[in-house]
Design a binder for this molecule. Structure first.
Ligand code: PGA
Length: 252
């Protein structure tokens, strides 16, 4: 399976800076065996697309989408709208949205299903809080979020779901998760979708790690069995630094 690295800019870079980031990143040399995507703020999709032109590397992604395709949903953005920019993947259920915007498991499931139906790969984020880990309930939390999110989803060659294990306590803290702990969580996630969809999907569906990934620790994750790539926040904001991280991820 090809590895995948996704830049999650979060709420950084409006159209002006997004365009400049993409132009700078396109000068970076990237490993041939690596898939790279950028998840940009919705208002920056047009600028990112304009700077990308027809280039498909990096793939263009979004950070959130609503589950309806149109209607009276003030402020929301539909998967169909994202498609107009050539978006091929979109995050669903990032922990910042779960904790600060009240996104529930049920909402994440609806978003993931709507994205897939529109032909956009949902990148489903799951992960335990610090309290859950301290209680020894990390894997339980990860399993239950995964199971809830895939309720209306199916494996699909066109818009294959991707999972991202992101322990909440590791996001933006510099406290990266030990690769062996991440491995256990990845196995738990795989266990859930394999039980639901069948064993053949083990090697078809990617499970990424996210949480304080940088150019120094990326190799530790990429060389751990069952980790198929990374979702990178802070270390994706500098295009040259992110290029370096991508090169470190897959040795030439
Ligand atoms: P971080 O964020 O790399 O800044 O820890 C990762 C994420 O939240 O996707």
């Amino acid at each position: 399976m090809r590895k995948l690295i996704i830049a999650n800019w979060k709420m950084h870079y409006g159209p002006v800076k997004a365009g400049a980031w993409v132009r700078a990143f396109r000068r970076e040399r990237l490993p041939k065996d690596l898939d790279v995507a950028i998840a940009v703020p919705a208002v920056s999709l047009a600028a990112a697309r304009a700077s990308l032109g027809r280039a498909t590397i990096p793939a263009l992604g979004a950070q959130n989408a609503f589950w309806e395709s149109q209607g009276a949903y003030t402020g929301e953005i539909s998967p169909a709208m994202l498609l107009e920019f050539g978006v091929t993947m979109c995050l669903a259920g990032h922990s910042e949205r779960r904790s600060q915007l009240g996104e529930t498991d049920e909402m994440v499931a609806k978003k993931a299903a709507a994205l897939q139906k529109a032909g956009i790969a949902p990148v489903i984020c799951v992960g335990e809080t610090d309290a859950e880990r301290k209680k020894g309930a990390a894997l339980k939390a990860v399993r239950s979020q995964t199971l809830a999110a895939i309720k209306n989803l199916k494996p699909d060659g066109q818009a294959q779901p991707v999972f991202a294990y992101e322990p909440v306590w590791a996001i933006g803290t510099g406290r990266a998760c030990h690769p062996e702990d991440a491995k256990a969580a990845h196995e738990a996630i795989r266990g859930v979708f394999v039980k639901t969809w069948g064993a053949k999907w083990t090697h078809e569906i990617r499970v990424l790690y996210g949480g304080s990934v940088d150019a120094r620790n990326i190799t530790d994750y990429m060389t751990t069995t069952g980790i198929d790539g990374a979702l990178v926040g802070g270390s994706s904001l500098d295009p040259r630094g992110f290029g370096l991280l991508c090169r470190a991820a897959v040795p030439a």
